[in-house]
Ligand binder design. Sequence first.
Ligand code: NAG
Ligand code: NAG
Length: 237
Amino acid sequence: MCCSCNIFYPPSFSLETQLLLCVFVFVEFIWCTLVRFTVYCFCLISLVDEAAREKLAPFSALSKDESYQSRDLETATQQEAKHLYDAKVQPTTLLPKQVGNMYTASLYAAFASLLHNKNDSLAGKRVIMFSYGSGLTATMFSFQLQNGQHPFSLLNIAMVMNVSEKLKSRLEFPPEKFVKTLKLMEHRYGAKAFVMSKDCSLLASGTYYLTEVDSMYRRFYAKKPGDGDNTDPMSTC
Ligand SMILES: *[C@@H]1O[C@H](CO)[C@@H](O)[C@H](O)[C@H]1NC(C)=O
Ligand SMILES: *[C@@H]1O[C@H](CO)[C@@H](O)[C@H](O)[C@H]1NC(C)=O
């Protein structure tokens, strides 16, 4: 029914286990993402869920190209996948939704969201990390989570990440200021021989930040002092 299934799931994978949790990132423009996501869900449910397989059977006659275009298939698939989506994907969407596209960091932001939202129920669970972008490349890997010894217990990691507080401490800027900042970034993109503004009052304690790019494109960084590390010789603010 779905020709790309074997790309995502080699037959040797145990689907029931792999499906326990699934980190999914939206990194591409939305239509494309939805279509691919539909196919993705389609693959999952048509393989693991007998009832869903029956409901989607009428679409099995569609060719691969027709299946990409079919709105009915998209709707039916999303309906069938909703409970799986809510249980396995939705908890990973907090930071991607709140912060927006972070490109390379997106997958890990999704993982951080999962650690935050499911902090007390993750030990022993398997996570699938799957990302794709505008090119032809996609990556999928999986791992199993275990509680490490303190400070590496899953709950402590979630506490240190402090996701809710970090989201709450975001600052609001008017669009004009945002545009101005983007213009500056555009101007400096790939540029050399510039020094950054010294003002780092908006950065959180402990943040590493760029101070300068010299004429040989060497980048220099400093760290804003954090609690308990005021001895950093690189600190400049
Ligand atoms: C743990 O998960 C619960 C439920 O999602 C959430 O309310 C809480 O803030 C999380 N705790 C941490 C430390 O992330
Ligand atoms: C989380 O952030 C808040 C506000 O910045 C801070 O008061 C609190 O100590 C932080 N918690 C942890 C565990 O770092």
